[in-house]
Ligand binder design. Structure first.
Ligand code: ADP
Ligand code: TRP
Length: 351
């Protein structure tokens, strides 16, 4: 009997799914970069892993102190995640501020984070440049709060875009420091993408990364109307075409091919690749106008169902509130178990 018990325990441990966590800040409308850098992986991971996904509303206060539209944005992010295929019955989908355990872990981790290393992070330096009038302590300790988000569930895989690599490295450093000082408590988390390479989707001008706050005309939002998508794609930068067969593609052209690779059929991509490679001076086969028309229609077909489903969900606030309540319950069960271990390790339990 005892032997059976041991075997069952062993099997349970061996079968235990790895823990996955990721978050998105509710600082605007979600776009194609969020989808291909993060959400597409969330959806694929939900069957294989024990998943926690959340809306980082505390993080958004570091750059967006005005909270008039915050709740609306939080619910929209939840709706858009579900519209992209997340199943709230399979994962825990919650709002950061509904899990106060994260804030306590953030406090302990803050004692292990040094001013010098925080000041050196790229995102902090960028934000200082962007908002010199509001260099708050929350901005400085942003990576510490992010580490608390991850470690509170003892997550090991964190599906994020390439821009988050440094924050993940810092989370590992804080976890290692905690383990070293207070005893082995946290596994080390890593940024994750199915194709091993982290993704970076560029804006339609091929210059900066597509982002919620950069140039709105070069970002394709999941909430964009069909005609707006057509207009944005039409305005994407092109040139008069290659002058020799198999030329190197300029960044902005490569970007159109990359986007096409994400939403169009393989045959379509191949046709335009062939046209590009077989073009030569006086015989430019590729017609960028046609390519952009095709890309626009495929984009519309991709985004339209997500936008429609997200809008339906946003009209059902009761359902969204029920989902985040349920998500918070699941998340707090996991978070409070970790926090209890952490409190003991740090010496906060008097028993
Ligand atoms: P934004 O940069 O637009 O404000 P967030 O910082 O909230 O978006 O990012 C949410 C998730 O989407 C993160 O995992 C981030 O790495 C990913 N992401 C954001 N923009 C891109 C992009 N252009 N390409 C790939 N992934 C991205
Ligand atoms: N910093 C992330 C971003 O800007 C959002 C985020 C907050 C996050 N906490 C996280 C991502 C924890 C992954 C894990 O995109």
């Amino acid at each position: 009997m005892a032997k059976n018990g041991v075997v069952i325990h062993y099997l349970r441990t061996a079968m235990k799914k790895e823990i996955v966590l990721s978050g998105i800040r509710p600082t605007g409308f979600l776009h194609l970069g969020n989808y291909f850098g993060a959400m597409r992986n969330y959806v694929r991971m939900q069957d294989e892993y024990d998943c926690y996904f959340f809306v980082a509303n505390w993080h958004s206060l570091t750059t967006h102190p005005d909270t008039k539209t915050l709740q609306e944005s939080v619910l929209r992010v939840v709706a858009e995640n579900i519209a992209c295929g997340l199943d709230p019955e399979k994962v825990s989908l919650y709002v950061q501020s509904d899990v106060p355990e994260i804030a306590e872990l953030y406090l302990y981790l803050n004692m292990l984070a040094y001013k010098g290393e925080l000041e050196k992070t790229t995102t902090f330096k960028d934000k200082v440049r962007m908002q010199p009038e509001n260099v708050n302590a929350g901005l400085l300790t942003y990576p510490v709060l992010q580490a608390a988000d991850i470690l509170i569930h003892r997550a090991v895989k964190v599906p994020v875009g390439k821009d988050q690599e440094q924050n993940l490295e810092m989370a590992r450093n804080f976890a290692e420091r905690f383990n070293h000082r207070y005893g082995e408590t946290f596994p080390l988390p890593y940024a994750f993408n199915y194709n091993s390479e982290l993704v970076k989707i560029m804006g339609l001008d091929g210059i900066g990364k597509m982002s919620k706050s950069e140039n709105q005309m070069t970002t394709l939002f999941l909430a964009d109307e069909d005609d707006m998508i057509r207009l944005k794609v039409k305005k994407a930068k092109t040139d008069s075409g290659p002058l020799a067969p198999n030329s190197a593609k300029p960044d902005y052209i490569q970007n159109l091919f990359t986007l096409m690779g994400l939403v169009s059929s393989a045959d379509t991509v191949k046709k335009f690749e062939d046209d590009f490679n077989n073009s030569s001076e006086g015989n430019c086969i590729i017609r960028y106008g046609d390519m952009k028309k095709q890309l626009a229609e495929d984009m519309v077909n991709f985004i339209n169902p997500i936008r429609t489903k997200a809008l339906d969900l946003q009209n059902n606030k009761e359902l969204l509130l029920k989902i985040i309540r349920q998500g918070a319950d699941k998340a707090r069960t996991s978070a409070s178990a970790t926090l209890s271990t952490v409190r003991k390790a740090v010496g906060m339990e008097y028993l």
